[in-house]
Design a protein around this ligand. Structure first.
Ligand SMILES: Cc1cc2nc3c(=O)[nH]c(=O)nc-3n(C[C@H](O)[C@H](O)[C@H](O)COP(=O)(O)OP(=O)(O)OC[C@H]3O[C@@H](n4cnc5c(N)ncnc54)[C@H](O)[C@@H]3O)c2cc1C
Length: 379
């Protein structure tokens, strides 16, 4: 897909920054390294790519930001992930739905690299069936009283603020669902211990036990689920740009490897069997990237189109898994070894089929749209 000159130049800006100003990384950055990296990203304008300038953002189109995130992830996945969180990711809930006071208070700190926000949607009994969530927000006059729990919350150990989905009414319908901002030191709110996932990322469980949250922290109350999921589609696209960048990194290393690794007296890229594997991966990369960019382009006013997101998600997630698997294969024993990053890339991209809604759920949503039917998932 042809990029405009502006799009190419933003991609070049990110590529150049990644090359000159970020340490290549083959693990997630944590602790002091994470915050030092955040400062570096903030100082060069990479936190808040799509956020308005008045909050320290760059006010870029979502598509431009996707290109930049992909480039950062190619060198340092933490940098790309942070850039997307602080742009069309979790920060966009506040940018799209928040009050002026919330934007001033939180977004300015997101773009300066001082504040990280996490998202609490999934619950122990409500993963794919997100609308079955039980966490309640009961109106108590000046504040809401929250009870419930959230699971698999990425980067909760780093976050000081959480976008939390909850039920603001008791009709049992989707229309009860809204979202509220919960600060880490809120009475009655606890972040559970670190839980390491397959790629080495930290996720935590969140507990709300009569948590007292001021009313001014509300993002959206009743009838907000569709709006919230509209914002969440941006989060999904950011995650896919991250996945593309990591997959490209695995591919880049594999090209280098097959050109220098010799067996039977010649470089292994001389074997036709290897060449066909390279070509297949290249075709998958090109097709995945085209669908991701198409979804970025289809985002009018930075609001992604849900079908375009599902199409990209299904293809990118499956291609990433297959490509990184082939990259391991082409590295032989070195690919399987923890001394080399190939197995980490593979573990990183595996999550794209689950996080942000599983592929099965996206396929069902897409089929419903294609067939113009509403599929009831319940008995
Ligand atoms: C790396 C990672 C990061 C995450 N980060 C966050 C986060 O920051 N915040 C957050 O709130 N959540 C987060 N999640 C949670 C994620 O959103 C859920 O894991 C996901 O929605 C699936 O829910 P579940 O795990 O409960 O699986 P389940 O819903 O129990 O699904 C299990 C299996 O059943 C299948 N299935 C379920 N229903 C159907 C159906 N109707 N048709 C066909 N198949 C079906 C699924 O596709 C899946 O294969 C994260 C998950 C991962 C892996």
């Amino acid at each position: 897909m042809a990029l405009t000159e502006t799009q190419q130049s933003w991609r070049e800006v990110a590529r150049d920054f990644a090359k000159r100003k970020i340490e290549p990384a083959t693990e997630w950055l944590e602790g002091e390294k994470f915050w030092a990296n955040a400062k570096n990203l903030a100082n060069h304008g990479f936190l808040g790519l799509t956020l308005p300038e008045e909050y320290g953002g760059m006010n870029l189109a979502l598509f431009d930001a996707l290109l930049m995130i992909e480039e950062l992830c190619r060198v340092c996945p933490t940098s790309g992930r942070h850039a997307y969180h602080a742009s069309m990711g979790i920060a966009s809930f506040i940018n799209t739905l928040g009050t002026e006071e919330q934007k001033q208070k939180y977004l300015t700190k997101v773009t300066s690299g001082e504040l990280f926000i996490a998202l609490g949607m999934s619950e122990p009994e409500a993963g794919s069936a997100a609308t079955d969530m039980k966490t309640s927000a009961v109106d108590e006059g000046d504040y809401y009283r929250l009870n419930g729990s959230k699971v698999f919350i990425s980067d909760a150990h780093l976050a000081d603020v959480f976008v939390v989905y909850a039920r603001f009414g008791n009709s049992g319908r989707t229309s009860d669902i809204g979202a509220i901002l919960v600060e880490r030191d809120t009475p009655g709110f606890t972040v559970g211990p670190d839980e390491e996932n397959m790629s080495g990322e930290i996720q935590c469980t969140l507990y709300f036990e009569d948590a007292i949250v001021p009313k001014k922290n509300v993002l959206a109350t009743n009838n907000a689920f569709k709006k919230l999921m509209g914002v969440y589609n941006g989060v999904r696209l950011g995650y896919l740009a991250q996945t593309m960048g990591i997959t490209q990194a695995a591919f880049d290393r594999t090209i280098e490897h097959v050109k220098q690794r010799k067996q039977f007296g010649k470089e292994i890229c001389e074997f036709q069997g290897v060449q066909w594997m390279i070509s297949n991966m290249y075709v998958q990369l090109e097709a995945a990237r085209t669908l991701l960019y198409r979804a970025g382009e289809a985002a009018s006013d930075n609001k992604p189109d849900k079908n375009a997101v599902s199409v990209a998600k299904i293809f990118v997630a499956e291609a990433a898994q297959e490509i990184t698997d082939t990259c391991i294969q082409l590295h032989g024993g070195y690919g399987f070894s923890k001394q080399y990053p190939l197995e980490w890339y593979y573990r990183c991209v595996r999550s794209a089929s689950i996080a942000g809604g599983t592929l099965q759920v996206h396929k069902t949503m897409l089929a419903a749209s294609v067939l113009e039917r509403k599929f009831n998932q319940r008995k």
